[in-house]
Design a protein around this ligand. Sequence first.
Ligand SMILES: O=C(O)[C@H]1O[C@H](OP(=O)(O)OP(=O)(O)OC[C@H]2O[C@@H](n3ccc(=O)[nH]c3=O)[C@H](O)[C@@H]2O)[C@H](O)[C@@H](O)[C@@H]1O
Length: 479
Amino acid sequence: MAPQLTGVPGSGAAAGGAAAVKPQFHHYHHRLPPRHHHSSPASLLSKLAFWSVCSLSLLLAFLLLSPAAPAPRAAPESPRRSLHASPSSTTSWGGAAWEKKVRASARIRRSGGHSVLVTGAAGFVGCHAAAALRRRGDGVLGLDNFNDYYDTALKRGRAALLARSGVYVVHGDIADAELLAKLFDVVPFTHVLHLAAQAGVRHALVDPMSYVRANVAGLVALLEAARAANPQPAVVWASSSSVYGLNSHVPFSEHDRTDRPASLYAATKKAGEEIAHVYNHIYGLSLTALRFFTVYGPWGRPDMAYFFFTKDILAGRPITIYESAGGGSHQTTISRDFTYVDDIVKGCVAALDTAGRSTGSGGKKRGTAPFRTYNLGNTSPVPVTQLVDLLEKLLKVKAVRKVVKMPRNGDVPYTHANVSLAQRELGYRPSTDLQTGLKKFVRWYLEYYHPELAEKHKLRTSSNGKGSRGRNGSSSSAR
Ligand SMILES: O=C(O)[C@H]1O[C@H](OP(=O)(O)OP(=O)(O)OC[C@H]2O[C@@H](n3ccc(=O)[nH]c3=O)[C@H](O)[C@@H]2O)[C@H](O)[C@@H](O)[C@@H]1O
């Protein structure tokens, strides 16, 4: 399920409930026949008593029969309930103990460190980035709605990992304006690393509105909270290589066209880049968009090809490999500039470190603020067929390959990043080739899902005390 807007039972709903009762009572009362002007005081009294009893009975019946009367709004400092697309559906936030936890997690532990709100912290890149920031002593608070787009147990596992390193992941939605305002009220965040999104290219065919909700409405909610915050944080957020769409000029540079998206996912990320410009222009928010190129690695996303190929190869199920209908100037081999998660995290951290300040205060711009866009890729595209070759080697299992023409599903035939701008301005230098990165992914995958196979593959790292104890174990590392 997609991230959903939050419905907090609040004063509006409560007032609406009361208001629905009151007019009915008055309406009924005003329809009393005027005859009582000519009656004796005794009969007037008995009539009055009769109509009062009628009115009260009606009021009582209305209250009892009205479906799910809204709960009264909780006092500001007491825990609140919010509805989310999460497995438990409900969560609570607020209260003195909660605020203490939030402050402790966001507390900076090194001189010159940042205080960073990481949205999507229970997500793949989010959990790695939050862990890296925490390791070097930055204050980090996570925010995630734990929606069930994919296995929520994996998200809970990532959050548990972060909890062990002192990072608290607030269970909440980026579209919950009240919650965001509260977070900025409790912590003067210097930065926001906004990674919460509805990801996945092909799923946009299935649930298009989830992309609009998370990547457009959710982004606006987040930027609204950031521009209203005092001090305003600098915002670094995840755009996508998919914004290059049908661009055929390789390698993809930030100067290339991004006005021909091939999927709704890409269109919402592109919309996000334009929306970010507005908040930079009007409110002086420092904004940096990072265009990630097919990020992979341990604790990855099960909806991505490298992840479910691994699962299917191990299960002996056929995998579908797309080949381009291509021809002419188009390549026939579908390729991706697969980028290892640690390289992406280094890019995120460098973007946070180099982000200039936002200039607004009190919701008003006080000067020009930075507006930046960078590619974060690996700079060496690999055909998907070669990705499968590597997985076969690492898993020691032959894949059952089903090669089909690429359907019109939003996928683009190839991606290739030019990262010279990120190299110049962020010092970004990807250093993990696909074989090395996949080996780390496979090691994690086996230890997490198939500890018995990890033993067999001799990929287990527990001999050095740093290994995972599998899905239910407690010693996994986020790296
Ligand atoms: O770089 C990006 O911007 C994007 O990278 C990935 O999207 P994608 O590159 O399509 O990654 P996968 O879904 O893992 O697909 C990788 C390759 O495998 C191919 N594929 C996928 C699925 C399948 O069954 N068979 C198959 O051959 C795809 O066409 C693609 O070429 C992520 O899913 C997006 O969220 C992200 O924004």
